[in-house]
Design a protein around this ligand. Structure first.
Ligand code: ZN
Ligand code: ZN
Length: 333
């Protein structure tokens, strides 16, 4: 099968992904083999390609927002029929036995496996997914439209919940890429007034089209939001966002990687019971609840499609903020 491999981390502009022929994997016990149709490209893929995150496996097939049809099932893999459209997401598996898993926090599992990091992911014609960690997808979406729901969507949803934004509340979103453009649709569905902050004029336009009450580079002095989500991987925005929170407000940082946070001033940034929380992966329950909600709203994704051979361009475009909406790789027909 054809696959994209990351072997040595390097700047996106130098094309760290290389196309190769690999043996088609065999599904093991409890696993499904998917014929991949589309795979979303996420900022985490960029962090991994460039070395902001360490390589866990080399070479690795990246990609953790894969949509494919079940080609075959290994022994004991149940719940999905051959030919069914299935999604594979970031959390490949949690151990199910550690104290975090035992209390329902499988996103914090002590020995998790992540798709496209610890195990091969979706930038290949075929991939394996654990049947108990695979997702059913909302009807009526093409594979390329559904792909960004699997990380951008699910993580954005968890970030909104971690931000504790009240129904109808005032929400600030910092950075407006793949995840934010889905999260805003959930927040609008909850009746929130959403304000988007991003340097990119194209991203501000998309935010307004998706129902943002305002879109600007930075909040005005004296802004008071009930909650905020930081999607941009910029620690410099943490004090900016905290300062713009109302009393009792929460800032949720959605990314897996963040540049250094400048020093915080207790009175300006944290006093009045402001909270700063992170978002770490997601549970399957988050994924299932979000995908049901996505069908109900219904969420529409804005995608920029890349041919399989152009995956390195997708990484470079993400890095330069040239992607409006989400980047998706077309893998198979
Ligand atoms: Zn665990
Ligand atoms: Zn991701």
């Amino acid at each position: 099968m054809k696959a994209l491999l990351l072997e040595r981390q390097a700047p996106a502009e130098t094309a760290p992904l290389r196309k190769a022929e690999r043996p088609t994997p065999e599904p093991g016990p409890g696993e499904l083999l998917l014929r991949v149709l589309a795979c979303g490209v996420c900022r985490t893929d960029l962090h991994l390609a460039e070395g902001d995150l360490p390589l866990h496996l080399a070479p690795v097939v990246p990609g953790h927002q894969a949509v494919g049809r079940v080609e075959s099932a290994g022994p004991g893999a149940s719940g999905f029929a051959v030919g069914e459209l299935v999604g594979a997401a970031w959390l490949h598996a949690a151990c199910g036995a550690c104290r975090y898993c035992a209390r329902g926090d499988e996103n914090l599992c002590a020995s998790p496996l992540f798709t496209g990091w610890d195990v091969d992911g979706g930038c290949a014609q075929f991939m394996k997914v654990r049947a108990d960690f695979a997702y059913r997808l909302p009807a009526g979406l093409t594979p390329e439209a559904a792909a960004p729901l699997l990380c951008a969507g699910i993580i954005g949803y968890r970030a909104l919940r971690r931000s504790a934004v009240p129904r109808g509340g005032r929400l600030a979103i910092f950075g407006f890429g793949g995840s934010a453009h889905v999260a805003i649709q959930v927040a609008r569905h909850w009746g929130c007034e959403v304000h988007a902050f991003t340097r990119s004029p194209a991203h501000r336009r998309l935010a307004l089209e998706l129902g943002a009450a305002s879109a600007a580079a930075l909040p005005e002095d004296g802004s008071r939001f009930d909650a905020a989500v930081l999607f941009a991987p910029s620690g410099a925005l943490v004090p900016v966002a905290l300062e713009a929170l109302d009393k009792g407000g929460t800032l949720a940082v959605a990314g897996i990687h963040l540049s250094p946070i400048p020093s915080l001033d207790y009175r300006r940034h944290l006093f009045d019971e402001k909270r700063l929380v992170s978002v770490t992966a997601n549970t399957r329950e988050d994924g299932r609840r979000f995908l049901r909600l996505a069908a109900e709203i219904p969420i529409k994704t804005t995608v920029r499609l890349y041919e399989f051979e152009r995956a390195n361009e997708a990484l470079a475009d993400l890095k330069a903020d040239r992607v409006t909406g989400a980047a998706v790789l077309l893998v198979g027909a």
